[in-house]
Design a protein around this ligand. Sequence first.
Ligand code: NDP
Length: 457
Amino acid sequence: MPTLTIHNPATGQVLDERAADDAASVAAKAGAARAAQAAWAATPLRERLSTIARFRAALVAELETLARTLTLEVGKPISQSRNELNGLLPRIDFFLAQTEAAIADEAVFDEGGMRERIGHVPLGVVANISAWNYPYFVGCNVIVPALLTGNAVLYKPSEFATLTGLHIARLLHAAGVPGPVMQTLVGSGEVGAALLGQRIDGLFFTGSHATGVKIAQALAPRLVKLQLELGGKDPTYVRADADARMAAESLADGAMYNTGQSCCSVERIYVHESLHDEFVGHFMAAVDAFKIGDPMAADTYLGAITRAPQLDVLDRQVADAKGKGATLLCGGHRLAGPGNWYAPTVFTNVDHAMELMREESFGPLIGIQKVRDDDEAVKLMNDTRYGLTAGVYSKDEATARALLARVNAGSVYWNCCDRVSPRLPWSGVGDSGIGLTLSTHGIRTFTRPKAWHLRQP
Ligand code: NDP
């Protein structure tokens, strides 16, 4: 049996070693899930709801242990690991409250003895290949509604968040989800690739654009339902009428929270020229106040870079920006190890010839660009192959909303950023992906509509 060695990215030390899956065990798990799914779907919804409610209670009871594990394996500051777990609870509450209505039969026609109904039936066996940066969020955005709607789940957590993935499965099993209905596949991308070869009815992926494309190509001949939640290069525009200090503090947090390793991190900032210098002053004061260091310390704000290769991406973007004339205000280099560390990095005088304004940085790196007016800001915000989120800071709601209506993004923010709500669909445009999670749409996405034509004899 292969093994997976798990490292602490903050220290480089080995944290754990786990038995990994291979092609044979992946196939066996997929077969067991297939065999068990119908019985799970036939379980009354109220029982599935009670099971997930027990899972929620277990998360609360074990919150501190779970937060510590998450911090140890991904290098996330402990306060932010707790935030992630606490943030998961209202998502679960939303699914618990909304699933019954979302998948109820719909009577859409009744005339002359002919009735038409829309039913919502589970897809069957769904695979969830997931990222490491918010493993509770991105894992459970799929797992919880998929189970509630009667699917079996084959869950491949990122190899960088394996222990958290195993915790999620353990707690679901303890809450009453049958073992074969919820299975975790342990290992690297190869295990994810082996999963694609199984008979599955849906593939729900969260991760990079590059891997998403590989998955889409692998599944294309089999026409499996596919959702891809991918990366972004999320822009924000600070208008001339914005509160510079409020915007700067909010956006510094949006750019650096989770050490910049969020799909919806603020990755590009455009500031009206009249406010630029004041904004940058407040922004730098906010970044200076962020404490970087031991992720286990209560007051740490910036933790480790989870994947070592990302350090090369950051170095490359920094060198490219410097070479093209950007002004480096802070950082721009790795910090001494052991472990993977990068100094918070802020550039001004940037433009779209630079990689850091075009490609996902996925780290504590941000460029701030001066703009002349609203039209230039909108043009630059849309000058991207991505489209996950975008924001405008302004006192004027009507103008901000009119600008945001012109921006191609799945989610738009007025005077806020880096925010996800269980009540709203989470989706991307362009290279940020296809499909969605969350909201009632993100419940129904784990079902397929079944059309009933019923004629009274
Ligand atoms: P990756 O694309 O590297 O990995 C995602 C998952 O795919 C992992 O479980 C990985 O396994 C697996 N995988 C890798 N190769 C293959 C393959 N050939 N076939 C099947 N599965 C494979 O992304 P990261 O985990 O590094 O996540 C970061 C990315 O995720 C960023 O781009 C970020 O923006 C995006 N993201 C998007 C979100 C959204 O909602 N839109 C939310 C969160 C993150 P392993 O890790 O073991 O290699």
